[in-house]
Design a protein around this ligand. Sequence first.
Ligand code: C5P
Length: 406
Amino acid sequence: MAEILLGVTGGIAAYKSLDVLRMLQRHGHGVSVVMTHTAERFVGAASFAALSRREVGTTMFGDDDQPGYHHLDVNDGMDLMLVAPASANSIAQMASGMATNLLTSCYLAFRGPVVVAPAMNTSMWLHPATQRNIESLRAFGVHIIEPESGLLADGATGPGRLAEPTVIVDAVESVLRGVSHHGDLAGKQVLISAGGTREPIDAVRFVGNRSSGRMAWALAAAAHDRGAEVTVVQANVDLPREQGITYLDAPTAAEMREVCRAQFPGTDMLIMCAAVADYRPVDQRAGKLDKSAADSLTVQMERTTDILAELSALRDEQVLVGFAAEHGPEGLERARAKRVRKAVDMVVHNDAAVDGAAFEGPDNIITIIGPGDAELALPRMRKRQCADAILDAVLPLVSGGAPVTA
Ligand code: C5P
């Protein structure tokens, strides 16, 4: 059970922090609260004091100008800092390293993991200054819980609403799990392929797929948090990059094959999460096809090389994990067969036909097939939680156990 420092900043969503506090306590955590003065205008410190049964920090100085509640004392013994809701102003201060109040001073002095749940109106959220500040926080390693879209306090509808307390608490749990796993992949080289390849038809058109790269990004973050040296081979992913992870670009199946092959010998584990095209146009036409030249277009496609199967045949000690995004109820059987056919240690199955699973969204519903006869069907979870479950399952193989093939 952890000690959590809950930072509350000014915004109508501050009242939801009371729920967050109670949920964290129900999970067995101790919670101490620091608030900005603006937050106090929305919810009184007395409410947080009553629920936390602890003194609430609101100011750097007492009435007599003596340091009343020192930020270093506040941070002492805390395992994680959560800022929820985080206003545009507090995010800007944190991103620029300003420490003008107790909360931002605590943040600047905090050495553990930090989770930030922004909440503000849509215009403030979408402003380039806020987006840039969020990117800065991400680059510092802060975990951002994206605000949700919905009806906001000002009557407008759009992104900016504080994520639900359950989502916030889930994210905190998953970060804490990452910390408790800290170091269990230390010194390991992990290669993760991400995104969806695009196979050119002509200079501007391509055959592609819906993969966003979110699952691979979550795996990369989880492996990085556990101390691995992570290299991501990415195809057309438009997501923020994390400091400390190496990214290599491979937009087509052929380039992905080339980069993966080059990286493979020095790798301890390959997680092939990318949706690699199975077919590509035989010829890429020069320039842009002129549609007035013909009423129909036939593009002849040829099979691409199955990178995972190829590397499996070449492997030395590497642990191999494949993904199987299948469609429909028979998909699980196909995924089991894929593990055997490609001779990999583990296949992660998800059903692209089920709402909440696979492409684009923040969640996934996975079944981990392998190692050996082991099979683990998991409920719908955030992709980061899925990532930790996958790494937990594969860990015994990476840390010395013999790879299990087929
Ligand atoms: O056979 P299927 O394409 O469904 O297998 C999916 C798995 O194989 C994924 O891990 C994917 O990254 C990998 N794959 C590959 N090379 C391809 C196609 C898929 O490595 N050309």
